[in-house]
Design a protein around this ligand. Structure first.
Ligand code: GLN
Length: 490
């Protein structure tokens, strides 16, 4: 038995029955990170000492039988845009390369309270801007299924750490597909919850009105377990829902017979890789066999999804990133600076990468007097239409099915010189964020030996149905159980 390949559920059983200890499991994970991650490069920081300390505490909790949760003693990794006290949090940017937060994000606290064990922080596109992890200021992360390919982005490190069995679960963040798209590329399950279901306190903002923290796991059951632990109202984030978090695993085994699965005709158009399309058709047939009724639906404003998403992202990000000015957080460059403006300019010039600069400039332009109405305001109006599209479609069915990306993982360097081609790979994932609806990504097969991802999109706050329908699929398929050759026993 390879400890690092276990699901949370399996590992938790072994811990609770004292067949293994958390220290043992954590050491196996850290050893594997030190042996394998030089190939994958999913971690920016490995927290050996903290992990062993947390593992010891978890073992004590288990020994006393006190306060043991399904996550007690389980090693996890976290995207490097979520604040961790005394552990540097970089957003994979030079501007925060040596930034060490003095406080924890709410999610970090919740996981610590549950007894989970943080083994490290994972690589990402700088500030979450990208779809391949190649915009990290530090290094590229490689796809564990083919090291010459990208893991997807922006939570590429999180997905790769999960896929290469370098943790038992991972925490990602999704502003416009950053959990789902890399989950699809790396054969991992992951959820973007409803906006406001998980606290953003301590998450370094990209787009405050889109950002969602979400788990990445081996299967839908584990994903439900982690979401339950991190979701809920937080007085430090006024955009979180007040409503209680349901038990996502309680009804996960209920049959899905008679439920309605919506297929949006706008999502199945030319340009999809043949192997992705056939995997989607196969998944639809599987659901049909499980007794679901298949319905064609329409999301008529789909073609505006990408422009609306990117315009609003540029605008909000340009405003959010104004705080990195060399006087408060992280890097400060002040060589012969004449005045404070000079410090801002030098710091931002040296600290931000090209993609971040490109987006901030476009955002400042879209928000400037004379253009605000034409771009920002207009995009906000179309955002309402996107939201209504989902509400109308989901009024006639329980759930929608779509691919996570038109292709499988592309080669490293293939799209780095063409930002528009990179943006296009987000076509199926971005519209859910302006709309706020939840979406669960699941492994759905392979195309030319690379994993294919599908997503199930649900109604606001109806994550329970997503998990139920995702779990039903994983009971009759085994795609999610397949591991890259890097993980087979040596
Ligand atoms: N590909 C998206 C972008 O570049 C991903 C953003 C995200 O979800 N953090 O904007």
């Amino acid at each position: 038995m390879e400890l690092t390949n276990l699901t949370i559920q399996e590992a938790s059983e072994l811990l609770k029955s004292k067949k293994i200890s958390s220290v043992e499991l954590t050491k196996a994970t850290l050893d594997r990170i030190h042996n394998v991650d030089s190939k994958v490069k999913s971690y920016v920081t490995v927290t050996d000492e903290l992990a062993l300390q947390q593992a010891k505490q978890a073992d004590e909790r288990i020994a006393k039988g006190e306060n043991v949760t399904p996550l007690t003693g389980i090693p996890f990794s976290m995207k490097d845009c979520i604040s961790t006290r005394n552990v540097r949090t970089t957003c994979s940017s030079k501007i925060l390369e040596n930034y060490v937060p003095q406080y924890n994000a709410t999610v970090t606290n919740k996981l610590a309270d549950a007894g989970a064990v943080l083994v490290g922080k994972t690589n990402m596109d700088e500030f979450g801007m990208g779809s391949s992890c190649e915009n990290s200021a530090f290094f590229n992360t490689h796809n564990p299924w083919d090291l010459n390919r990208v893991p997807g982005g922006s939570s590429g490190g999180a997905a790769a750490s999960m896929s290469a069995s370098l943790c038992n679960f991972s925490i990602g963040e999704d502003t416009g597909g950053s959990v789902r798209m890399p989950a699809g590329f790396c054969n991992v399950t992951g959820i973007k919850p409803t906006y406001g279901r998980v606290s953003r306190y301590g998450l370094i903002s990209l787009v405050s009105s889109f950002d969602c923290i979400g788990p990445m796991t081996r299967d839908a059951y584990d994903c439900a377990t982690v979401l339950e632990a991190i979701a809920g109202h937080d007085e430090k984030d006024s955009t979180t829902y007040q409503s209680a978090v349901p038990s996502y695993t309680q009804n996960i085994n209920k049959p899905i017979k008679g439920m309605k699965l919506g297929i949006s005709k706008e999502y199945f158009v030319a340009g999809m890789e043949a192997g992705v399309e056939s995997a989607m058709q196969e998944a639809i047939r599987t659901y049909e066999k499980l007794g679901m009724e298949i319905k064609e639906v329409s999301l008529p404003h789909t073609k505006y999804g990408l422009p609306v998403y990117y315009l609003l992202l540029f605008a909000e990000a340009s405003s959010n990133l104004a705080r990195f000015d060399g006087t408060r957080f992280g890097l400060s460059v002040s060589d012969n600076a004449k005045d404070v403006i000079d410090i801002y300019l030098q710091t931002r010039h040296a600290g931000f990468g090209d993609e971040v600069k490109r987006r901030m400039m476009l955002g400042a332009y879209a928000l400037s007097a004379g253009y605000y109405d034409a771009y920002y305001l207009k995009a906000q109006k179309v955002r309402t239409l996107l939201r209504r599209d989902f509400e109308t479609a989901l009024a006639s069915c329980d759930i929608l099915l779509a691919p996570t990306c038109p292709t499988t993982a592309f080669k490293l360097g293939e799209k780095t010189n063409d930002p528009l081609a990179m943006y296009l790979s987000d076509i199926y994932v971005v519209a859910t964020n302006p709309a706020g609806v939840p979406a669960l990504a699941l492994p759905a097969g392979f195309s030319k030996d690379m994993p294919v991802g599908m997503q199930l999109i649900g109604k606001h706050l109806d994550e329970a149905t997503l998990f139920q329908v995702g779990h039903a699929y994983q009971q009759v398929t085994d795609w999610h159980k397949r591991l890259p050759s890097l993980c087979h026993r040596r």
